[in-house]
Write a protein that binds this ligand. Structure first.
Ligand code: CA
Length: 238
């Protein structure tokens, strides 16, 4: 499993990373809110451990953005002692659990395991590509958090291209991958679906390039703006 820790307390982040890595997880650490929000938008994580008091945007805002974009990954918030309002607010915003600082790291690891188990047993797989989120089981797509209307064949072509981001996919491969469709597909039809996908995706900065005489390449997502990092160590609530 892949876990993101958003925590600006280095010793706590390190302790958490070590114990979660010992459990066999891949762990990334972000020290500020902007980077954490960007990371969950760009990459897939199975769990977010989110401190409230972060430099830049705080943990509440990171969580609010995440849920506004329909990202359903489990989130565990880290809150300050006696901050009942923070815990209520976090849960209202869609946190799945919280830990009150200071806590014993093995207890957090145990709760993280429980959250991962729960989400594995109930969540449909999601495919995330920058601002685009595909809920594979429900067959629903969201672009910047807004439902995206796709006809079945557009969805199929999109899935095929997304499975090979930054690689050239031939039109023949797309046709073969869609062979289950009852009606034969022509190269022209594939061109039409790709063209429709482009008009839907390009406003959000997602590009499907034509590789002349061969096929298409879905470009890797690159965030449009560099992130401003708050280096002054300013901290939030705790
Ligand atoms: Ca903090």
């Amino acid at each position: 499993m892949r876990i993101l820790i958003a925590e600006d307390d280095d010793s706590l982040a390190l302790g958490l990373s070590r114990i979660l890595q010992a459990d066999g997880h891949a762990v990334d650490v972000m020290r500020d809110g902007e980077h954490a929000a960007l990371a969950v938008r760009q990459e897939h994580f199975d769990l977010l451990i989110l401190d409230i008091g972060l430099p830049g945007i705080d943990g509440f805002e990171v969580l609010r953005r995440l849920r506004a974009e329909q990202r359903t990954m489990p989130v565990m918030m880290l809150t300050a002692r006696d901050a009942v309002n923070d815990r209520v607010r976090g849960l209202d915003l869609g946190a799945d659990d919280y830990m009150v600082k200071p806590f014993a790291i093995p207890e957090l690891a145990a709760r993280a395991r429980a959250l991962l188990r729960r989400s594995q047993s109930q969540a449909g797989p999601q495919r995330v590509h920058g601002p685009l989120v595909l809920d594979v089981l429900a067959r629903r797509a969201f672009l910047n958090g807004t439902p995206l209307e796709l006809v079945a064949r557009e969805w199929a072509v999109l899935e095929i291209l997304l499975a090979r981001v930054d690689q050239v996919v031939s039109k023949e491969h797309i046709i073969q991958s869609m062979a289950a469709w009852d009606e034969a597909l022509s190269v022209n039809a594939i061109e039409v679906y790709v063209s429709r996908l482009r008009s839907k995706l390009e406003p959000a900065g997602l590009r499907i390039r034509t590789v002349r005489g061969f096929g298409y390449l879905f470009e890797a997502w690159v965030a449009p703006n560099a992130v401003t990092v708050n280096e002054d160590g300013s901290n939030g609530a705790d």
